[in-house]
Design a protein. Structure first.
Ligand SMILES: [Zn+2]
Ligand SMILES: [Zn+2]
Length: 132
């Protein structure tokens, strides 16, 4: 079982299957809601994701988007579309072992902060992978 938590531990979750995808998002929405220059995400089958402790709060950062976060410590945990239940994104850095699923690419470089430089050699996309 793959497990993770918010910073204070009030919210814990488990994944019963490995993620489908692992990426780093440079979009301005992820940046502002997290207060961090980029956010790493795992794309997971929603049926494989379970909150095992606590009750996260929700925030609609855009139309048709629900982000879950801990209302005690503020850790951002998930991103989901309310009009697409085929996946949920889980913040990679909230895993108990974030080294387990390294990213394969970067997305939304069109929103990037100019001083962010990665030397990991991974593919970079101006929008989502697939959007070009
Ligand atoms: Zn917390
Ligand atoms: Zn983003």
């Amino acid at each position: 079982m793959i497990t993770g938590a918010c910073h204070c531990g009030a919210i814990r979750y488990a994944l019963s299957a490995p993620p489908r995808q692992s990426m780093i998002c440079h979009c301005r929405t992820c940046r502002r809601v997290s207060g961090a220059p980029v956010v790493a995400w795992l794309t997971v089958d929603p049926h494989a994701f379970t909150i095992t402790n606590g009750k996260p709060a929700h925030y609609a950062s855009s139309a048709n988007v629900a982000r879950q976060f801990c209302n005690q410590c503020g850790t951002q945990l998930t991103y989901a579309r309310t009009d697409d239940d085929s996946y949920i994104d889980v913040a990679t850095a909230t895993l108990d072992n974030p080294d387990a699923f390294p990213p394969s690419h970067h997305s939304w470089l069109s929103h990037d902060i100019a001083w962010i430089k990665f030397a990991d050699g991974l593919p970079m996309f101006q929008k989502s992978r697939g959007d070009g």
